[in-house]
Design a binder for this molecule. Structure first.
Ligand SMILES: O=C(O)CCC(=O)C(=O)O
Ligand SMILES: [Fe+2]
Length: 298
């Protein structure tokens, strides 16, 4: 049976990225202690309790999803900013963008009796309009419980990011991302995967925090899930990561509708919080605009 490779937190980035390039998935064992996970589950408890199960076979009739994790959980803010994960995300995504952003957050809990989720490539969420030469998602799953074959560990088909789109996996090409609570599964937007079936009597929970290029539409709308009145509590770095920043020279600027003095006209979103950080100049130079319009014509 196929397997997802396991590495440790001390594995050099180059080796982790080599495995991700080859298999489109890797597991990093024992990244955070159980206590940190328990703190997060505590913070999210009111939302977990009130949550509805999925409405179709894809979302899962025995599966619950809790989003807005940056707004709702301090612990998830730390996970989103984790140094090693961000180092890998930036090296993986930045060949195709000037900066990357947070894209999606969800606590996905697969309950007993759930059936297998259909195998899919997450990049389909952009409608299939983006060339497969460009990788648009770096998915990170923090195990909030153990992930086992029996309780619904994510099914994954290592190497399927390089397959012809129509090829279907044989049973023994499907791996199960078995890992301990506190470990991390990384997979890309192009690999075939799906939630596993849960034939145990326990719930399998994962904290999904995904990243994408700064120029693309985020799956979870961060401006609504973490509006400015909550975003003002975040560090400037995390605010910038979730989208209160520009994704390129002229990508994502804003003008304050109430200001008449010109100070908040065509500025970077960081200005709402009086942050001065801006990786790009306020307006692109003509040279930069021309450069952007001519590179990567393929
Ligand atoms: O819950 C899982 O293991 C995977 C979920 C998933 O891939 C999805 O909902 O897109
Ligand atoms: Fe998925």
């Amino acid at each position: 049976m196929a397997k997802v490779k396991h590495i440790s937190i001390d594995t050099p980035d180059e080796e982790a990225l080599r495995i991700i390039d080859q298999d489109a998935a890797v597991i990093i064992d024992d990244v955070i202690p159980d206590a940190e996970i328990d703190k997060i589950l505590n913070e999210l408890d009111p939302f977990i309790k009130g949550n509805l199960k999925g409405a179709d076979e894809f979302t899962g009739f025995q599966t619950t999803r809790v989003g807005a994790l940056i707004a709702r959980s301090h612990g998830c803010r730390d996970l989103a900013m984790h140094t090693k994960i961000n180092a890998l995300a930036s090296q993986f995504l930045e060949p195709h963008c000037d900066n990357y952003q947070l894209h999606f957050t969800s606590l996905i809990s697969i309950g007993p009796g759930e059936t297998k989720q259909i195998l899919h490539r997450d990049r389909g969420l952009w409608g299939g309009y983006i060339s497969r030469k460009i990788e648009t998602q770096f998915a990170v799953v923090w195990a909030a419980t153990d992930f086992t074959f029996k309780n619904g560990a994510t099914q994954l088909v290592p190497g399927s990011h390089k397959w012809d789109a129509k090829r279907e996996p044989l049973e023994d090409e499907i791996a199960y991302a078995e890992m301990k609570k506190g470990s991390v599964l990384i997979y890309t937007g192009s690999v075939l995967h799906g939630g596993g079936d849960n034939i145990s009597d326990e719930v399998r929970s994962g904290i999904f925090i995904h990243y994408a290029p700064g120029w693309i539409r985020q799956q979870e709308n961060q401006y609504l899930s973490c509006p400015p009145e909550i975003a003002k509590e975040l560090t400037p770095e995390l605010r910038s990561l979730i989208g209160y920043s520009k994704g390129g020279y002229v990508m994502g600027f804003y003008s304050d509708p109430n200001h008449v003095d010109g100070k908040l006209e065509s500025v970077t979103p960081e200005k709402i919080f009086s942050d001065s950080k801006d990786k790009f100049t306020v307006l692109a130079s003509p040279e930069n605009l021309v450069k952007g319009s001519t590179k990567n014509k393929s």
